[in-house]
Design a binder for this molecule. Structure first.
Ligand code: ATP
Ligand code: MG
Length: 227
């Protein structure tokens, strides 16, 4: 579970300072599914970076299972990231020269898993997102929806506790968007993941059980009883 206490993030650009996060208090229980929306520049991606330990807050605490990520050494933070947190971004961020299977395997390298087991786990993860027939394909040989499914397999192959997704359907057309959402929904249920997703898609936001809105670095959270 996450407990954020008065998290701020200030970027300085020359003499100007941008308060990307202006004091966020937020609890995310284990197994939660939280959708974050809000206007562009509001601080959504910044918040996700704090949750994922990709960047540190200017002040405040980002506590994951009792450990404050803001104060961890770089080495321990990297370990938490590679063991416990999966990321999916709007741009799929696949390595163009590696096959689907090799791309998924990259997530297992820092965990010290041997080549043979890596291959098997990657193949299994790709099967679970419906790409069992595409193991040897390069990113350029797959559709956008398929590439995003490879990215999802890469995020989940290590069985993380947390999945963070920043506009995962932002680069996809409507049909593929639904397909990716179905995959994410199913994996969330199967893995008992804590799932935090940023989206501009109002249809997805309407169906979210918990909906957070971030505006000018401040957050409000609503329970959505109808979802
Ligand atoms: N590395 C950076 N250096 C300086 N300012 C930054 C940096 N990253 C983000 N910002 C600023 O922080 C604010 C919040 O940015 P953020 O990317 O979190 O917004 P967002 O809600 O994700 O927007 P979008 O919907 O467009 O993705 C913006 O004003 C942005 O310009
Ligand atoms: Mg963003």
């Amino acid at each position: 579970m996450y407990e954020l206490r008065n998290v701020t993030k200030r970027y300085s650009r020359g003499k100007e300072a941008v308060h990307a996060l202006a004091g966020i208090d937020l609890t995310i229980p284990d197994g939660d599914r939280l959708v974050i929306q809000g206007p562009t520049g509001g601080g959504k991606s910044t918040l996700l970076q704090m949750l994922g330990g990709l960047d540190r807050p200017t002040s405040g605490e980002v506590v994951l299972d009792g450990v404050d990520l803001a104060n961890l050494s770089e080495a321990r933070l990297t370990r938490v990231r590679s063991e416990s947190i999966g990321f999916v971004f709007q741009s799929f961020n696949l390595i163009p020269t590696l096959t689907a299977q090799e791309n998924v395997e990259t997530a297992l390298v820092p965990l010290g898993i041997k080549v043979k087991e890596r291959r098997e786990l990657a193949a299994e993860a790709l099967k679970s997102v419906g790409l069992g027939e595409r193991l040897g394909h390069l990113p350029s040989e797959m559709s956008g929806g398929q590439q995003q499914r490879v990215a999802i397999a890469r995020a989940l192959v290590k069985r993380p506790k947390v999945l963070l997704a920043d506009e995962p359907t932002g680069n996809l057309d409507e049909g593929m968007r639904d397909e990716i959402m179905d995959v994410l929904e199913r994996l969330w249920k199967e893995h008992g993941l804590t799932f935090v997703m940023v989206t501009h898609d109002s249809a997805i936001a309407r169906k979210a059980p918990r909906l957070a809105t971030i505006r000018k670095g401040r957050i409000t959270v609503k329970e959505n009883a109808g979802a």
